[in-house]
Design a protein around this ligand. Structure first.
Ligand code: 5AD
Ligand code: SF4
Length: 517
């Protein structure tokens, strides 16, 4: 999938400063907002065991006498002490992060309490993206941290693209897993959980032909100021390197009235920024008779009272049309930022990638965006070392960076993925050469960004403040064009507020500033 802006991931906001935040919860049916504290606030079952002692007991007994009556007793002790608690860890992209928010919402609505460590949970879930091999490996290393003895009494589940991709193979590699649910089957999650809770040891949700999108009554949101909202799931494109069409299934758009209802509820709850999500968000096709175009939907979302910023990611170049640019021009609440992955600057490689556009056609889209009245920042994704990529192809990608002058770039070494057409391609590039190409690309982008940032010194931007540094009076936030500015201010309690900041300095990845009075 085409991932969104990594710098925008909720947990990373704030320049590394960790801010404890309330957890926003939206009940879509009633629109009633609640705040849940994440912690061991409720141990159902009124057990007399403390969690620590129950875990301790199980480790001690299990290692001595696995499978014995003592072991069974200890397992029951864990079940009793931890019942109704879940731990959910997410690896991967923004879509995955948001899926986890929805999964957490489903569990909270079933009476579960979220806890911060697997040791404190009766249900342990890993939600992993499989877009590149590294992320996929992570879940297996996490699962390896549990053995049959360690997890006695706990239910372990694997969710997301890795689950979809590996399927029942996960049970073979980690027999202590009892739930495997792919991202295309999340709408069935309550049902599947009920089966697991009833003691079923091998529960799977692996359909990809679902017509439904994953809508929940309750979504637990991690970021109190920016709400993520999936408007389209799956992908109908067929990029030859990409596992998403396999793991997330075909494209399904959510009804516009349902989206707009949720946006109004989010605004009522105090969210001022919403980010519409989709692997190819601008391919949105309203399934209702209203048949709203994507640009109309953007404008309608921006119209919701209380909403100050609307973002969307990720856009596919082939479906990026003039009316989207016109909408951004006409409505300042639409953020002046477009994430438009190009993947390669060489038409030959784009063809092999089955990207549906040429270099010239992509540059035409860039010209269209640059022709807007507002300055719109443009970011991209690039893959180096695709099978058969020559030095000439790489030179074309480097020259594309010069031609476009991206505001930010996310670059990846090609990673062969199961079930993808490119897996069968020959003329593979060595890991060493991929690393060399990646370094060249990143160095060029670094130069472009540094130069661009220096021209911004002295400019004023409106920021939504989302981070507080450990250093006194230091804050950070995002501009509408999605730049991070770390700034100083004598004011207190700025989190979640909009402030004017003047840029005073620049680094390749961020800007420095101070609050303008
Ligand atoms: N190898 C490397 N990068 C990939 N991406 C998607 N699939 C692969 C792959 N097999 C990158 C693309 C996409 C981003 C989210 O991840 O650049 O836009
Ligand atoms: Fe994006 Fe192509 Fe993957 Fe679809 S198939 S998610 S368009 S990279």
């Amino acid at each position: 999938m085409e991932r969104g802006i990594r710098a925008g991931l909720p947990r990373k906001e704030g320049g590394g400063a960790q801010v404890r935040r309330p957890i926003g919860v939206l009940n879509c049916k009633t629109g009633m907002g609640k705040t849940f504290d994440i912690g061991l606030e409720r141990l159902t079952g009124g057990s007399e065991f403390s969690i620590g002692s129950a875990i301790h007991t199980v480790h001690r007994n299990a290692s001595r006498n696995e499978g014995s009556a003592a072991h069974a007793g200890a397992r029951d002790a864990i079940r009793g002490a931890l019942r109704g608690t879940f731990f959910l860890e997410t690896f991967g992209c923004q879509m995955n992060d948001h899926d986890s928010e929805k999964v957490a919402g489903v569990l909270l609505s079933r009476g579960y309490t979220q806890v911060e460590s697997p040791e404190s949970a009766s249900l342990i879930l890993y939600n992993t993206c499989s877009i590149r091999e590294k992320a996929a490996q992570k879940v297996f290393s996490r699962l390896g941290e549990f053995g049959l003895t360690e997890n006695a009494g706990r239910i372990i589940g694997v969710l997301g693209c890795v689950a979809q991709q590996e399927g029942e193979e996960i049970f073979r590699r980690a027999p202590w897993v009892s739930l495997v649910c792919g991202s295309a089957s999340y709408s069935k999650l309550p049902e599947l959980l009920a089966q697991v809770e009833a003691g079923n040891q091998r529960v799977t949700g692996l359909d990809t032909d679902t017509d439904e999108t994953f809508e929940t009554e309750i979504t637990r949101r991690d970021n109190p100021w920016r709400a993520y909202l999936t408007i389209i799931e799956g992908c109908d494109k067929a990029c030859s390197y990409c596992v998403v069409p396999y793991t997330r299934g075909p494209e399904r758009s959510r009804a516009s009235d349902s989206i707009l209802r949720e946006v109004r509820q989010l605004a009522d709850l105090g969210y001022s920024e919403v980010q519409l999500l989709g692997q190819t968000v601008n391919s949105y096709k309203d399934p209702t008779p209203r048949k709203m175009r994507f640009s109309e939907l953007l404008l309608a979302v921006a119209d919701a009272v209380g909403i100050r910023r609307v973002r969307f990611t990720t856009s596919h170049p082939s479906d990026f049309t003039q009316d989207i640019v016109d909408a951004i021009d006409s409505q300042p609440k639409l953020c002046n930022h477009v994430h438009l992955p190009v993947q390669s600057g060489s038409t030959r490689v784009l063809r092999a990638m089955q990207r549906t556009y040429s270099r010239a056609e992509y540059l035409e889209k860039i010209r269209m965006i640059r022709g807007a009245k507002r300055a719109i920042s443009i970011t991209t994704d690039i893959i180096v070392g695709f099978p058969g990529e020559t030095q000439g192809d790489l030179a074309e990608t480097l020259s594309l960076l010069d031609a476009v002058k991206y505001d930010n770039m996310f670059s990846f070494k090609y990673s062969p993925r199961p079930h993808t057409p490119s897996l069968a391609m020959s003329d593979l590039i060595s890991e060493e050469e991929k690393s060399r190409r990646l370094a060249l690309l990143q160095e060029k982008q670094r130069e472009i960004q540094t130069a661009r940032h220096l021209t911004m010194v002295g400019e004023n931007f409106e920021l939504l403040v989302s981070g507080k540094s450990r250093r006194e009076n230091q804050w950070s936030g995002h501009t509408s064009c999605h730049r991070v500015i770390n700034f100083s201010s004598q004011e207190h309690a700025l989190l979640g507020k909009y402030v004017q900041v003047q840029v005073t300095g620049a680094t390749p990845n961020s800007l420095l500033g101070e609050q303008a009075l």
